[in-house]
Design a protein around this ligand. Sequence first.
Ligand code: GTP
Ligand code: MG
Length: 305
Amino acid sequence: MCRVVDLRQAVLAKNDGAARALRDGLAARGTTVVNLLSSPGSGKTALLERELLLARERSVPVAALTADLATENDARRLARSGVPVKQVLTDGLCHLEAGMLARHLDGWLPEDTRLLFVENVGNLVCPASYDLGESLRVVLASVTEGEDKPLKYPTAFGLAQLVVVTKTDIAQAVAFDEAAFRAHVERVNPGVEIVMTSAREGQGLGLLLDRALAAGAGSGTHTPVMARGQQTPRHEAGHAHGDGHLHGHGNGHLHGHEGDPGSGHHHHQHGAGPAHTHGHTHGRTPDSDPGSGADHEHQPAAQTR
Ligand SMILES: Nc1nc2c(ncn2[C@@H]2O[C@H](COP(=O)(O)OP(=O)(O)OP(=O)(O)O)[C@@H](O)[C@H]2O)c(=O)[nH]1
Ligand SMILES: [Mg+2]
């Protein structure tokens, strides 16, 4: 088991190194990465479609890369906005990794890109552990998913710097309890901003773009209390062990298991209330080297920049 934990830790440490290099390299040329995570169908592409159009209207140079196991549907939808869009097919891998992203950006990402939106593979488990060199990590949750999801997926929600609720136009029909959702987010990620949006009706439109620009300017980005699995805990109460375990001390307990049968990952995490994390990560061999993955570019109908 220890060997397996070590291996997973090594993969994540390698990813963190690649993510740091990517973040530094992109920052040097003025590009900010926004990493969008959610379960399948939460509305990542729908919201992005609107935000990309808005960016184009405001003459903000943006680009989008979207990752899926199969189909180029999302890239086709996003390309309608007229901004540069690329589809990455992950060939069975349930998340993007930093090195993989760097390879896909190489030679494609326009030099003057100010914001790069990355739509991660739709799931709340494995993408949560992989830093993509982003300056803003966004987790989306639609009103139809249930208010308890922040508690069930504490890593995804705990590490987000912005929480976006989607499909508010149908909130009433599904009796979405906003107060309960907010309380659950607050438990795993105290202080993180939660915004309400509807890609269909336009509520909250522009917020994602504004927060992304602010993150690029280095202002107002929330720092989650929870530490990323293999990184030095951000919170002073936590301390990291070489065995891949994170421990912290505080009040209240929360236990969660996250597994993704498709990925070969088993992620076991114990987290605690706001002031505190106590996390263990166990895993089988991570599905790392993702290979190159297929790579498709979608040229906008009209080049805007
Ligand atoms: N009512 C309503 N439906 C929405 C909204 N946004 C998205 N949808 C619908 O939700 C479904 C999924 O939306 P997508 O944008 O494809 O979701 P996604 O998160 O990109 O999905 P994956 O890429 O497969 O993970 C589609 O049928 C959308 O039309 C919204 O604001 N309101
Ligand atoms: Mg999508």
